[in-house]
Structures are given as structure tokens and as C-alpha cells.
Design a protein around this ligand. Structure first.
Ligand code: ZN
Length: 206
């Protein structure tokens, strides 16, 4: 006669593992990007920032990528997430009116694309073009994950076009990103263990 003991609900385990994975990416990513000695040129370590944004964004939306609606055009949505996570920083070059990385980094503060208005607008555009609310959520979360991370290092113009730079304390950045991840996990409706790895399997299976 077997006794089945369920210590904790698998949803809770799932959410905890997801949070731990996100925390690991954030801590390692910040160590990689922000821990350089003063002597190293800013342009060099600034190039490490986009890959960290990308990994964090893909991890945070991974439960959505396993959603059947996005699974139909998985590569397209991975590409959309990639573009959204990385190309949002092109606003630096637009604001600096220059193709030079040095000029883009010399701006006093981050430009307009790092605002709530831009993030919501891009999600609406995605919804209008794709007619997929899940796709709009994907873009919303990818861009939010980007600006929240930037907010923890140098601040962001969150309320643009209103003036002001909003700084997010590093612990709050961790909490916000994990909270965002949990919203995604819940919205994806796939609370089975390791649901966020499903899309990797789907990718490899193609
Ligand atoms: Zn940025």
C-alpha cells in the first residue's frame, strides 16, 4: 500500500523554479555588464548589455512561447521578442542623431522608447497587426522587462513625454521582473512543471 505525500503544490514549485531562474539570469547578467573596472571603456561593456536583455526577455516570455497560439508561428514570435528586447535601444542613436556608439552612450538619460507610453503603444501595434492578444502580451512583457532592468541602472523616462527620470532600486527590479514572470506563467495557462522549457523542446523538434 503506497502513501502518496504531496508536500507542495507543483504550481508553487514551478513558480519558485521560474523565479530562481530569473533571479540567476539577473544577478549573473548584472555581474557581467556592470562589474567592470573603471579603466575598461564603456563602449566595450555596453556591448554585453543587449545579450543580457535578450536572455532575460526570452526566459521571461518562454511560457508564452509554449502557448498554442504563438506556437503556430514560433520562430516569428521568437524573432519579434528578440527585436523588441534589443532594438528598443536604437532610441539612443535616434536621440543622439548619430550612428556612433560613443555618442549614443553620451546621452544624459535614456530616451523615449524606455517609457510606459512607448511600451504600451508597441503592444497595441502588435495586437493590431497580429490580432493575437497573446502576441501583444509577449511584446508588452519583453519591453517591460527591458525598461525595468534599465531603470535599475541609470533610470528611465517612465512617464515620457512628462519629464523626469525614474530610478528603480535593484531589489525592486528583481521583484518586478519575477512578478512579471509570474504574470506570464499564469497568463500562459500552462502550470505544468517546467512549462517554460516546452518551447525549447518545440524549437528543437522542428
Ligand atoms: Zn535600454
Amino acid at each position: 500500500m503506497g502513501v502518496k505525500v504531496q508536500i507542495v503544490n507543483s504550481d508553487v514549485v514551478n513558480a519558485a523554479i521560474f523565479a530562481a531562474s530569473l533571479l540567476m539570469v539577473m544577478v549573473l547578467g548584472d555581474a557581467l555588464v556592470y562589474a567592470w573596472p573603471k579603466g575598461v571603456p564603456t563602449q566595450l561593456w555596453a556591448l554585453l548589455d543587449p545579450p543580457v536583455h535578450w536572455v532575460l526577455a526570452l526566459l521571461i516570455v518562454s511560457p508564452l512561447l509554449s502557448h498554442p497560439v504563438l506556437g503556430r508561428h514560433l520562430w516569428l514570435w521568437v524573432a519579434v521578442a528578440t527585436v523588441a528586447a534589443v532594438l528598443v535601444d536604437l532610441d539612443h542613436f535616434i536621440a543622439a542623431r548619430s550612428f556612433s556608439l560613443a555618442d549614443a552612450l553620451a546621452l544624459g538619460s535614456r530616451p523615449f522608447a524606455h517609457s510606459l507610453l512607448f511600451v504600451v503603444a508597441m503592444a497595441v501595434v502588435t495586437w493590431l497587426v497580429s490580432r493575437e492578444p497573446v502576441g501583444a502580451l509577449l511584446v508588452l512583457v519583453v519591453l517591460l522587462s527591458h525598461i525595468v532592468r534599465d531603470g535599475s541602472h541609470g533610470g528611465i523616462p517612465l512617464w515620457w513625454p512628462a519629464r523626469g527620470n525614474v530610478d528603480i532600486a535593484v531589489p525592486l527590479y528583481y521583484v518586478l521582473e519575477i512578478g512579471l514572470g509570474w504574470v506570464v506563467l499564469w497568463a500562459a495557462g500552462r502550470p505544468s512543471p517546467a512549462a517554460w522549457f516546452t518551447w525549447i523542446g518545440t524549437l528543437l523538434g522542428r
